[in-house]
Design a protein. Structure first.
Length: 223
């Protein structure tokens, strides 16, 4: 396990941007640099404990600070189509929340609590309507072997084929310990697995193409 220094408990590791997540060492994208792949040691550390598996969505990472400064809320901005089309209930999919007072990324249950407080208005983000946010999907929790992780990339709740109007498989999954995490732990013990056909078809940045909007409809998920 990574060594957590005393300084990390004094606020040094409050993130200003979302930490880069490494690929799990199974079916990483071709041409992926070695430093972007989680080491065998940390992969073993991660999968030796109960993990949380969440859907990885294809958007632009954004960060918001609550008005009292106690939380940093990380969300995927899904306004524009990148490589997958989405039908979503709101623009921003919240995937992680950092507690600035305790210097920890919240576990799923506490993340849901803060998200519900955001929706109720007891936690506020300046200049943002709480209905602009929804919580990224949890896939499962449990103990898994590395070779089992790709099998968890199932049908997405929100991604779809615009030509067939059918749901499609999600981009991939993010795997993390099913507990709260200090910043140094998060940097080493959170990994992602992206389906091979998705990573191979990405040949250009979405900003170089004609911008296309995802479908944002509050009724999605309730129909």
């Amino acid at each position: 396990m990574p060594v957590v220094s005393k300084r990390s408990l004094e606020g040094v590791f409050i993130p200003s941007v979302y930490p880069k997540i490494k690929y799990l060492p199974i079916n990483p994208p071709k041409q992926c640099k070695k430093e972007k792949i989680m080491s065998k040691e940390y992969t073993n550390d991660l999968l030796s404990q109960r993990v949380l598996v969440e859907e990885k969505m294809d958007g632009r990472s954004s960060m918001y600070i609550s008005d009292k400064g106690e939380f940093r809320i990380f969300a995927e901005d899904l306004k524009y189509v990148h490589s997958l089309n989405y039908k979503v209930p709101a623009r921003y999919a919240v995937f992680d929340i950092f507690d600035c007072n305790r210097h920890m990324f919240l576990c799923r249950e506490h993340k849901e609590d803060v998200f519900n407080s955001l929706k109720k208005g007891t936690v506020r983000i300046y200049d943002q309507n709480p209905y602009n946010f929804f919580l990224a999907s949890m896939i499962t929790k449990g103990w898994f072997k590395l070779e089992e992780i790709p099998n968890l990339i199932g049908m997405s709740r929100y991604a779809y084929d615009p030509k067939k109007h059918d749901s499609i498989r999600m981009e991939g999954v993010v795997v993390k310990p099913d507990r709260e995490l200090l910043m140094p732990e998060f940097k080493y013990l959170v990994g992602k697995c992206v389906r091979t056909d998705f990573s191979e078809k990405i040949i250009e940045n979405y900003l170089t193409k004609n911008l296309e909007l995802n479908e944002i409809n509050p009724r999605v998920g309730y129909e």
